[in-house]
Design a protein around this ligand. Structure first.
Ligand code: PRT
Ligand code: MG
Length: 212
């Protein structure tokens, strides 16, 4: 049995065509089904539906053989025990630093001010500001980072931006790009060795589908 961990929403939607290219079709839709284990047309392949940030954990411990996770999530997880053979080039966005429209970020940085930064991506933010030599107090949040500067919780946020509409609607602006983000296929290292004859053809099919 091969178990593939996915999160609902954009990752599931954008992974479907790649699964299809590998001949794998889920028999139920996670948006309407309450099942967390979804059978597929292949008796030897099942999908499990987990939170986006939990995908690397399931694969790391071998509870899933494969998974799809954003580079943002992988950077926070650290990648221990994971093989990352393919950039699937899906769920693309950018990791950005953003501030209120009326906050002079470059002045604050020039003056060496200590910045308060709210984010779900503490690891990413710590690395980014350390590399710039900017002193920050990091405040861990679990969502809706855009609110933090509006109510005085922080001077800046580190968050994902795709269309930019959420920033705009909240009178925020992006001031720095930290990195481009896309989702990667991740594979449990032991699974790859033990189940190579089944997993390798899947990887090959995904790779052909990405190029196409
Ligand atoms: O929602 P949940 O708390 O369960 O977890 P999650 O938010 O990590 O999962 P999900 O499914 O929302 O995102 C899964 C993955 O999609 C992320 O790990 C990213 O790699 C990727 N992705 C791509 C994004 C976005 N684009 C994105 N725009 N993840 C989140 N956003 C959010 C962003 O945080 C911000 O609040 O959308 C908002 C901004 O969007 P725009 O279009 O207004 O700029
Ligand atoms: Mg989300």
């Amino acid at each position: 049995m091969i178990t593939i961990a996915l999160s609902k929403g954009r990752i599931f939607e954008e992974t479907l065509p790649l699964l299809k290219a590998a001949g794998i079709m889920p028999l139920e839709d996670p948006e309407s089904s309450r099942k967390l284990i979804l059978p597929t047309n292949r008796a030897d392949v099942r999908l499990i539906i987990v939170r986006a940030s939990d995908v690397p954990t399931y694969v790391q411990y071998g509870a899933a053989d494969l998974g799809v996770a954003g580079k943002d999530v992988l950077n926070e997880h650290g990648g221990t025990g994971l093989y990352q053979p393919l950039d699937l080039n899906i769920a693309r966005c950018r990791m950005m630093v953003a501030v209120r429209d009326d906050f002079d970020y470059s002045l604050a940085v020039r003056q060496g001010a200590r910045l308060r930064v709210a984010t779900k991506y503490v690891q990413t933010a710590r690395e980014h500001f350390a590399a710039k030599g900017v002193h920050v107090d990091l405040i861990k949040l679990y969502g809706s980072m855009e609110l933090a500067p509006l109510v005085g919780l922080s001077d800046a946020i580190v968050d994902l931006v795709s269309s930019g509409n959420t920033l705009k609607a909240n009178h925020l602006r992006a001031v720095e790009e930290i990195s481009a983000i896309s989702s990667r296929l991740i594979v449990n290292q032991a699974s790859l060795k033990l189940k190579r004859t089944v997993i390798q053809p899947m990887l090959d099919a995904f790779e052909r589908a990405i190029v196409a």
